[in-house]
Design a protein around this ligand. Sequence first.
Ligand code: 5CA
Length: 159
Amino acid sequence: MDSNLSPSAKRVQQAIQERGFQCDILELSSSTRTAQEAADAAGCELRQIVKSLVFATAHTGEPILALVSGVNRADENLLAEAVGQPVVKASGEFVREHTGFAIGGVPPLGHVLPLRTYIDLDLMNLPVLWAAAGTPHAIFSVTPADLVEMTGGTPMKIA
Ligand code: 5CA
């Protein structure tokens, strides 16, 4: 384990390792807060960035995680169909409470409790992806297949 990582990035590294994967987390001085900044920092295309977007179910207030390509917008109607009730974009406070991370660094796994997760199909045919690793300065690369396995997410048309 890289002991120079910040505590939030370490939690992500731990979660990745607990699922039997080995990913190197890059903690950078440059910002990776937005998808475009993350793409610039990784030297990849915007579509290879995994946005980890949190929604709340309208009736039951359950957190839902949508992993969406950097070039796409999550379609709340498609998400609602999958979930079985309407969903609304979560507030920063809700995101922090249910993931343990602040907006701009929310990772696809390693949350307070595992979140029901859906994965944008457009991510699935790319060779490699980059996702946030717990802070607005940390990212890691992962293949689509490994992302599915480590998050337990369902690949689906959600954008
Ligand atoms: N680190 C980058 C690239 S991986 C990142 O986290 N990008 S992101 O797109 O997944 O996270 C930023 C997202 O947080 C935005 O797309 C937006 O959906 C959400 N967001 C930004 N500000 C707020 C806010 N005030 N309340 C709720 N959600 C917000």
